[in-house]
Write a protein of this length. Structure first.
Ligand SMILES: NC(=O)c1ccc[n+]([C@@H]2O[C@H](COP(=O)([O-])OP(=O)(O)OC[C@H]3O[C@@H](n4cnc5c(N)ncnc54)[C@H](O)[C@@H]3O)[C@@H](O)[C@H]2O)c1
Length: 359
């Protein structure tokens, strides 16, 4: 695209992530124009359209086939991501798709291939990498601040999506297997399954997990059909091993803490509200950094993801948070789920499958 042009956006989904992050952040970006929105719940589309001066599309296809759009944000329930993303790419649009990118590895692979075939950008909304403590951690790890990394402990939990989603309450799509595919592990665990390889420079290759539904109930008072807690152990290709937990039952306080243990010391991310990055060395030295907080469901922080996507389109750059990394994060979630079912340590299928057979 010519640099003097604005990137014209359409939105599939007018839910919470679009309201709090994508539309809000794009409306503040001088290189973006918000043009059109579709949501099957028309009042949601209308409300967003009124806020940002957009048109409401009559259908998914009406939006996807619009000639005056350059890019589409796919922010629907997880079950719709692959279908809508592929259709948008085939219609010649760049796509920013929310996480988890798909509900099967085959669908995720088809999204990557559709982007390659169309020659369009595909970025996945893995915004944890853009959070200030995680950016600082990456810089410090590169400098060898804690020596060789040996192990990690990372957790992401809050009280659950039923107070966040526009489907507010126990009937939310987040609680339905056919819409979400996976619960806390796909909503929150996938963020850490993406973040840790990005921070530590290696892919997860083996997974073991317990994944259960402990407490959440649907609108009929029955246990929800996806998990609300996941406790996983993971090993990377470079030998680093660690623990990842995801939860929708940490009701009193959101937990987004990662501790990385190295040969010279350890790094604590997101534990101290004032000093979000702390480095404690084995020799007693310590350094603390005030870099800014991670976003929580109740306290939003600019994600930077939409701005980055606009820059990738205008400068014709490969999105740093690309489909393949999204695929590997999903593959880690799938391996954890396979382990929870089989009670075995399972390999992470990091290579794209060759056929379209469902896994
Ligand atoms: N990156 C993050 O930190 C983050 C945070 C929250 C949610 N998400 C992801 O964003 C996506 C949306 O979540 P949310 O929190 O906005 O949920 P939400 O329930 O608030 O909104 C989803 C919206 O999608 C609409 N929708 C359903 N089918 C559609 C279709 N075919 N076309 C267009 N719209 C459709 C629904 O009517 C609803 O308004 C999910 O994949 C979720 O995992 C990501």
């Amino acid at each position: 695209m010519a640099k003097e042009q604005k990137v014209r956006f359409g939105f599939l989904g007018a839910g919470s992530i679009v309201i709090h992050r994508h539309a809000l952040e794009l409306s503040q970006n001088p290189d973006a124009e918000l043009v059109m929105v579709y949501d099957p719940i028309k009042s949601r589309a209308q409300r967003l359209a009124e806020t940002y001066g957009m048109k409401v599309a009559a259908s998914e296809n009406a939006l996807i086939s619009q000639k005056n759009l350059d890019a589409i944000v796919v922010a629907t329930p997880n079950s719709e991501h692959a279908r809508l993303t592929i259709a948008a790419l085939q219609a010649g649009k760049h796509v920013l798709c929310e996480k988890p990118m798909a509900t099967t590895l085959e669908d995720a692979a088809a999204m990557i291939r559709a982007a390659e075939k169309a020659g369009k950008k595909l970025m996945i909304g893995h915004n944890q990498c853009m959070m200030a403590p995680h950016l600082k951690a990456k810089e410090l790890l590169k400098q060898g601040a804690i020596g060789d990394v040996l192990t990690f402990r990372s957790s992401f939990g809050h009280g659950g999506p039923e107070t966040w989603s526009q489907d507010n309450g126990p009937h939310t799509w987040f609680f339905k297997k056919e819409k979400a595919y996976v619960g806390s592990m796909g909503d929150l665990g996938v963020h850490k399954a993406y973040l840790l390889p990005w921070l530590l420079g290696s892919d997860f290759v083996e997974a073991g997990a317990f994944i259960d539904t402990k407490a959440k109930r649907d609108e009929k008072g029955k246990p929800i059909t996806v998990d609300d807690n996941a406790v996983c152990i993971l090993r990377m290709a470079n030998g680093i091993m660690g623990q990842l937990t995801a939860s929708w039952t940490y009701g009193a306080k959101e937990d987004n803490v990662t501790i990385i243990y190295g040969s010279k010391g350890q790094m604590i991310l997101g534990a101290d509200p004032e000093y979000q990055v702390e480095v404690l060395l084995n020799n007693g030295e310590r350094a603390r950094y005030k870099v800014g907080a991670v976003a929580t469901n109740t306290c939003q922080v600019k994600s930077g993801i939409p701005d980055l996507f606009v820059d990738c389109i205008l400068d014709d750059l490969l999105p740093p948070f690309d489909g393949l990394k999204g695929y590997k994060a999903l593959a880690t979630v799938v391996a954890c789920m396979q382990s929870a079912t089989s009670k075995k340590i399972c390999p992470v299928q990091n290579d794209l499958p060759k056929t379209g057979k469902k896994r």
